[in-house]
Write a protein that binds this ligand. Sequence first.
Ligand SMILES: NC(=O)c1ccc[n+]([C@@H]2O[C@H](COP(=O)([O-])OP(=O)(O)OC[C@H]3O[C@@H](n4cnc5c(N)ncnc54)[C@H](O)[C@@H]3O)[C@@H](O)[C@H]2O)c1
Length: 337
Amino acid sequence: MTKIRALIVGCGNIAGVFDADRPADALPLTHAGAFSRHGGYDLAACMDPDGERVDAFRKRWNIPTGYASFEELQNCAGRFDVVSICSPTALHASHLRLALTLKPRLVFCEKPVTGTVAETTKWVEEFDKAGVKLAINHTRRWAPDVLLLREQIHTGAWGKIRSATATYSKGVLNNGGHMVDLLIGLLGQLSLLSAGQPLWDFWDDDPTIPAMLQTSSGVPVQLNVSDARDFAFFELQIVSERGVILMENGGFQWRVRKVIDSPQFNGYRSLDAGELIHGEYASAMSRAVENIYNAVLFGETLASTGHGALEAQRLCEQIKSSSLAQFCTDNRSQPSN
Ligand SMILES: NC(=O)c1ccc[n+]([C@@H]2O[C@H](COP(=O)([O-])OP(=O)(O)OC[C@H]3O[C@@H](n4cnc5c(N)ncnc54)[C@H](O)[C@@H]3O)[C@@H](O)[C@H]2O)c1
């Protein structure tokens, strides 16, 4: 198998720590976990200003070289095929710029790409100009069950889609971005009808906001909220002509409710209790690095790109602007809930 060389920038949770203590046969949830399980990657180097993190990361993932900053990587142009950006979001714009100086074939950047549509647009364009592929970790774009559902919706297997209701917490850009990207992936382009009151449940600069959206054919899509301080919640219900599909627990499980003759009311049709299906979210990171490997070596189309992430971020930013304009007119950035 041809090996491609990877550099990981930022040695925290999504870079590898989430997988550090998981069993060897557990499906990987992180960049290092997925690269090292794949077999086609040479995990060549990692970088983090926190020396202890670099040491622990190198030891856990068997990485020969560690760096403390991009300055130390100055003479490494052309040494890495793939650069993973797993640093805090506020640093992504500068790390996308520095990653380009290393002349990789592809950058796999964590979401959100940057904090604003303006910056994300700039870097998506710069990557296009440089001819470097940009993959964004909107993980569900690689989940096999999400892809199957998308195909079923598009081929009409569920009949007409009547509505969708999605619930998220922890920021309209941070987790809302995942949800909006998932909705666009499943239902196509969305537009904003109205935005509701912001809930400041986790990030100082990224409230969780409800919104009414619609698809290009007018299907109503409700974006609802939960509070991250209560519990983590990321769920979706799609109501169709032929039944109801529920993505539960972030996609770790699904429930499909099919149309039946009502057991109570003669002549009526209702839904069964639903079949609980084990979700395939956990295999998404493995699929992502396989897609990235094939994109680098064979030009395979990426399932999640900078352009796709930008489309989702535009809608998230519109929701935020609309909500803040209505509900934060006294210029308070963070009202108490
Ligand atoms: N796709 C997902 O579902 C998902 C999940 C979690 C996090 N994320 C995203 O991943 C990114 C990182 O989040 P995390 O939870 O892993 O954070 P984290 O705090 O666990 O890790 C961030 C790491 O970056 C390092 N760092 C700080 N400054 C740096 C610099 N100048 N250069 C290189 N590294 C630097 C920190 O020392 C830390 O080790 C964020 O953008 C976050 O939104 C995405």
